[in-house]
Ligand binder design. Structure first.
Ligand code: SF4
Length: 185
């Protein structure tokens, strides 16, 4: 996150705009993007080992709070980012999808690790071979398991998407068509 020091306190850098004596003007998209980017509330959907890496990511050494994401949400309705970490059995697929559907727009999805992204080493009848078979994914984090640095890299990539997303995207025909492909209204 780009920050600037203000009276010894680090604050997020303001977006580009027009500045003059006593005023600063920017677009609504950029102001909303800045606020959203730095206040992402993740919902951790952790089923196995990758979840342990996420716990390390939340600890004081890696400290996800630096990115405004220290407030985890275990209620889908109060979450912006669904983080899927671990092996997802096919039986669990409908539950994951229900959690996604209960999240309010705008929502993003981060697939953490090989299992969530592709089934990983579990190329077997009972394991979902990638969560993007049932819900759309915005960013994939590779690794088995990914290190906390990689999970943070994934969050930073999500932040880039969040910051630059048009306020009209969620109402666009393209976005609705993408959801329809998954059978989501
Ligand atoms: S990707 Fe590897 S570390 Fe992560 S849940 Fe699967 S087996 Fe475990």
């Amino acid at each position: 996150m780009e920050t600037v020091a203000l009276n010894g306190v680090k604050v997020a850098e303001s977006p580009g705009g027009i500045e003059g004596a006593g005023f600063f003007a920017t677009s609504l998209d950029k102001a909303v993007g800045l606020a959203r980017k730095n206040s992402i509330w993740p919902l951790p959907f952790a089923t196995s080992c990758c979840g342990i890496e996420f716990m390390a990511t939340m600890g004081s050494h890696y400290d996800l709070a630096r990115f405004g994401s220290e407030r985890l949400s275990f209620s889908p309705r109060q979450a912006d980012l669904l983080m899927v970490m671990g092996t997802i059995a096919k039986k669990m697929g409908p539950i994951l999808r229900q959690v996604y559907e209960q999240m309010a727009e705008p929502r993003w999805v981060l697939s953490v690790g090989a299992c969530a992204s592709s089934g990983g080493i579990f190329d077997t009848y009972s394991v979902l071979q990638g969560i993007d078979r049932i819900i759309p994914v915005d960013v994939y984090v590779p690794g088995c398991p990914p290190r906390p640095e990689q999970i943070i890299d994934g969050i930073l990539n999500i932040q880039k998407l969040v910051e630059t997303e048009s306020l009209r995207r969620r109402d666009s025909e393209e976005y609705k068509a993408m959801l329809n492909k998954y059978g989501i209204e």
